[in-house]
Design a protein around this ligand. Structure first.
Ligand code: ADP
Length: 410
């Protein structure tokens, strides 16, 4: 396929649109596939989601180039069938490469790489570190290979951006052989998001570099990172995405003896405790209502005490973590909020920053309240000790960019 194809597409309802040399970005989860077809200048995209894979309700929700929404039922369909349908929907745009979001790249990968036999084997082997995610990522790669054997594919690892962490940040205080022989260390996740928002903020700030940012990715999964001069120096997630901040359904940090205690006291198995920490904890566990902050904010405003506590805990723990991560930065330029919560909830941003009250941070309340989803901007007052930013994350854009870089297309 040519490296600079322009496809012209006459949508049946609308004007002619173009997508130049698009890259297909795939994020294959255990029961869903998110996809985005992105033009080479990142200005145009087609997006979609295959969900409920393996169930009777399996379906693809597709948004065309001109914004038309389609829904395609694929009852019982799994990854392979869903990808076949997705590729059928997209083949008219002649995409030139596929970039896969892969959760775990272990110690081996510090940047995106082109898929070959070895890389695919590594993605599969690293399921020891990400049992729910890496196998689904590998299925996606193989499904594309089966349909387009010559299509260049790239794997972009969620862990890669954090490979610049120094040992003082990435080692656990455990016996050395566990690190050397079994790779037990902190890896960090959400790497493409932390990379994207820190780079973007460095482009739009007027502060002179090198910049030291704390990036707070607050969505269903939540993590924070300390990024100096474009390099991750520490982050809140660890060996798995469970460590660190309180999240939608994940607990974040707990006492490492909790598993033992629950086994002794309640007879809970390791698997039961693991499931509870991942699926039944966080905002959901504390509020008893939902993992969705909007529902919790509504209930809190109506006096629901557990919802109020969930918000206070979420913000206290995030503020405490950000304060501690500031120790990793040689210079502290500012904090960047992103993710569904970070981008939308000015109340949460306010409360988190109030926890960091010894830092001399001053908020411009009007600017803070005016930043709604999709909008980037600063909200620090003129006399604030550090800058405050909201920058909507765009992991797909970053994955497309890293894919093109790995293939020497830019
Ligand atoms: P994911 O991590 O699955 O990509 P998102 O980044 O979309 O998730 O974030 C989801 C979270 O963002 C949910 O807790 C949701 O309640 C929250 N959120 C989205 N919009 C708002 C809003 N307007 N106000 C408060 N929270 C919001």
């Amino acid at each position: 396929m040519s490296a600079s194809l322009t496809t012209t597409f006459d949508d049946k309802n609308s004007e002619t649109s173009t997508l130049t040399s698009p890259t297909l970005v795939l994020n294959c989860g255990s029961s869903s596939i998110k996809y985005a077809l992105i033009s080479d200048d990142n200005s145009t995209r087609i997006t979609g989601l295959a969900e409920n894979l393996g169930l009777d309700t399996a379906r693809i929700k597709h948004t065309t180039l001109n914004g038309e929404k389609l829904e395609i039922s694929i009852p019982g369909g799994r990854h392979k069938l869903a990808l076949q349908k997705i590729l059928e929907l997209l083949e008219q745009y002649h995409f030139i490469a596929v970039g896969h979001r892969v959760v775990h790249g272990g110690r081996e990968y510090s940047k995106a790489v082109r898929v070959d036999e070895h890389a695919l084997e590594e993605v599969k082997r690293l399921k020891i570190l990400a049992p729910l995610h890496n196998p689904a990522n590998a299925l996606g790669i193989e499904a594309v290979q089966a349909i387009y054997p010559d299509m260049p594919q790239v794997v972009v690892f969620d862990t890669a951006f954090h490979q610049t962490m120094p040992p003082v940040a990435f080692r656990y205080a455990l016996p050395k052989y566990l690190y050397e022989e079994h790779k037990i260390r902190r890896y960090g996740f959400h790497g493409t998001s932390h990379a994207y928002v820190s780079e973007r903020t460095s482009q739009i700030t007027e502060a002179k570099g090198p910049h030291g940012w704390l990036t707070a990715h607050l969505g269903n999964g939540c993590s924070a990172a300390a990024v100096y001069d474009g390099k991750s120096l520490d982050t809140s997630m660890g060996l798995t995405p469970l460590e660190g901040l309180m999240m939608g359904t994940r607990s974040g940090d707990v006492d490492p003896s909790l598993h033992m205690h629950l086994k002794r006291q309640l007879g809970m198995s390791l698997e039961e405790t693991d499931k509870m920490l991942n699926n039944d904890s966080g905002l959901l566990g504390i509020s008893g209502l939902s993992n969705d902050l909007r529902t919790i904010e509504q209930a809190a405003s109506e006096g629901h005490e557990d919802a109020q506590l969930a918000i206070e805990m979420f913000c206290y723990r995030a503020g405490k973590y950000l304060a501690s991560l500031s120790c990793a930065l040689p210079e502290f330029t500012g904090i960047v909020f992103t993710g569904g919560i970070g981008e939308n909830s000015d109340i949460t941003r306010n409360k988190i920053l109030a926890v960091m009250r010894h830092f001399g941070i001053k908020i411009d309340a009007d600017k803070n309240a005016s930043l709604v989803r999709g909008k980037e901007g600063s909200f620090h007052a003129d006399d604030s000790s550090i800058e405050l930013w909201v920058v909507p994350t765009d992991e797909e854009c970053r994955i497309a960019q890293e894919t093109r870089q790995a293939l020497n297309l830019i």
